[in-house]
Ligand binder design. Structure first.
Ligand SMILES: [Zn+2]
Ligand SMILES: [Zn+2]
Length: 347
């Protein structure tokens, strides 16, 4: 009898722990957004951009029901003050061959087109990059995530266990990161909310996991603390030194600017800032991303081409590199130091 009870206990324990073992991988965002890269007000506020343009790229093999995108549109409409609305554009599916052998960073750049080419009005730009987590970028398991260096893109692997139960919440959760939620630590760890039932909590609870076995969809909303935070942010004005130019987030610093895409930045010398053209820059970066397909991170200085097409003299950028040594972003600092070292060797 005792033995029988023991078996029942083990059986019960197995049934109860099974959902935990199969727990939905949480959000891959483990870093707090750095203070110098918080574009949330560009998305939340009416100024300076009256619209959000969402570019949706789906790599062959990823299944993305329209319902997920409708949920995203509703979420942005509810929380962002945009008189010209939220424009969600789903591009033609991208053949897997197009990004063959590429790392995730270069691939996402290679696929993006940027906001409406025919509109001269800049929008707040958001990119969602869907790919099948099982047959694309096989190097390691990838969770849905954003990149803190440039939080304007959601990387979203499909094909995960129970995803049809969770995807709507995951998309809203990642968007919540982009909207700056949980950056203050009164009710969070700086990235995720401490309140169990909140959309910004890092993973579904035990009962939610159990529910997935019975086909119950995860339905989470922002908790009161997170909702209040969003309302509070909306009373603040955005930093004029952080703007969009096409899909690029442009951060203006003293003596230079940084144009960022996820896993990539360009250093723009001050005198060249007025000539920055996002279409040309994107074309150039896309070319780079294809040539450096195995690299995760691309960095470069935006250089003017000489008239005869010969490579420009890097030494004329020395002042820019010296100034960029004090940049708040470690990758930029590192790049500036490397370039100065190269110049030293030349001299
Ligand atoms: Zn998260
Ligand atoms: Zn919360």
């Amino acid at each position: 009898m005792i033995q029988k009870t023991g078996y029942i206990k083990i059986l019960l324990l197995t049934i109860l722990t099974l959902p935990i073992l199969l727990i939905i991988p949480g959000c891959g965002q483990n870093a707090t957004l750095p203070k110098y890269m918080q574009p949330e007000l560009l998305y939340l506020n009416e100024q300076p951009y009256s619209q959000i343009y969402v570019e949706v790229d789906v790599i062959e093999g990823a299944e993305v029901p329209d319902e997920w995108l409708d949920v995203l549109e509703d979420f942005l409409t509810t929380h962002c003050s945009k008189p010209d609305g939220i424009k969600v554009i789903r591009d033609e599916p991208i053949p897997l061959d197009k990004i063959k052998d590429m790392s995730i960073g270069p691939a996402s750049i290679f696929c993006l087109d940027g906001p409406d080419q025919n509109s001269d009005k800049q929008s707040a730009y958001l990119h969602i990059f869907f790919f099948n987590g099982k047959n694309t970028f096989q190097k390691k398991e990838i969770h849905s995530h954003i990149i803190s260096l440039c939080p304007n893109t959601i990387f979203f692997p499909t094909g995960k266990v129970f995803q049809k139960n969770t995807a709507s919440c995951t998309i809203q959760h990642e968007t919540g990161h982009i909207l700056g939620l949980c950056k203050e630590q009164s009710h969070s760890d700086g990235a995720h909310c401490n309140n169990n039932n909140c959309l910004m909590n890092s993973s579904p609870g035990f009962l939610d996991n159990l529910g997935f076995f019975f086909g119950i969809k995860l339905k989470k909303k922002l908790c009161k603390d997170c909702s209040n935070d969003l309302e509070k942010y909306k009373t603040e004005s955005s930093d004029p030194n952080l703007t969009f130019d096409g899909p690029f987030l442009i951060r203006k610093e003293d003596g230079y600017s940084i144009a960022s895409l996820p896993y990539c930045f360009m250093l723009i010398p001050e005198y060249y800032e007025n000539k920055f053209n996002w279409h040309d820059s994107l074309d150039w970066i896309k070319k780079q991303s294809h040539e450096n397909k195995k690299r995760y991170f691309l960095k470069s200085i935006l250089i003017s081409k000489s008239k005869d097409g010969s490579p420009p003299d890097i030494s004329s950028y020395k002042d820019t590199f010296v100034k960029a040594l004090d940049d708040p972003e470690p990758e930029v600092k590192k790049y500036a130091a490397q370039m100065l070292k190269t110049l030293e060797h030349k001299e």
